[in-house]
Design a protein around this ligand. Sequence first.
Ligand SMILES: [Zn+2]
Length: 260
Amino acid sequence: MKFFDSHAHYNDERYETEISEGAEMLLRTLFDDNVEAIVNVGVDPEYSVNCIELAKKFPKMYAAVGIHPSDTRFLNNPEEDVKKIEELLKCDKVVALGEIGLDYHYPETDKEKQKDYLYRQLELAQKTGSKVIFHDRDAHGDSMEAVTAFPGVVGVFHCFSGSAEMAKELVKLGWYISFTGVITYSNARKVCDAVKVVPDDRILIETDAPYLAPVPMRGKINRSDYLQYTAEKMAELRGTTTEEIARITTENAKIFFGIS
Ligand SMILES: [Zn+2]
């Protein structure tokens, strides 16, 4: 049984500072173990370049390039920054534009700046036909408004945290829904309801590593082989087997990212 990790950040410095063997050695063991493929996701132009470089070292690692809403606070030239992302989209191994979106978790958030970067990147997705990886944290209303404003753009809502109703609405709009180890946490009732309603051909699985390690690894640095635990929970919620979850989520990810 092998898993397709549709969202991880292996360029995070924690893999170098907190794991003795470093990211590259770890990745070698993961691909030998139960990991079929990984999408290594960017959060700003510079980090996105590094994502591509790491992806080039592994046949089954791919990259996404984009500007994360929370990282807009370090950036000040939206036109130039998005132009850099447009160039990176043309690189080998790049399979999506992301992550982009809205994150209103912290009260001092500059929402208008986040929206500016988001809408510019959605325009870019529309122009280039790129699939997007969408980050929505505590911003469900504005996220749905952005998505519906670009009916030609499809993508995946990563680390989905909305309701079952919102998941159904996104599926209707052609979007995919991806779940993390959060579904194994005891306070995750709402998102578990969403796990149950996503059709078999629209569901993805991800770590969001190094964050959000599933129970029983919660609190550790996350890694793609821990998808086993998230898949077990997903299988329980959907009344199926872990093998079947591995199979459908891998097949869906390959179709979504255009990987044969
Ligand atoms: Zn992420």
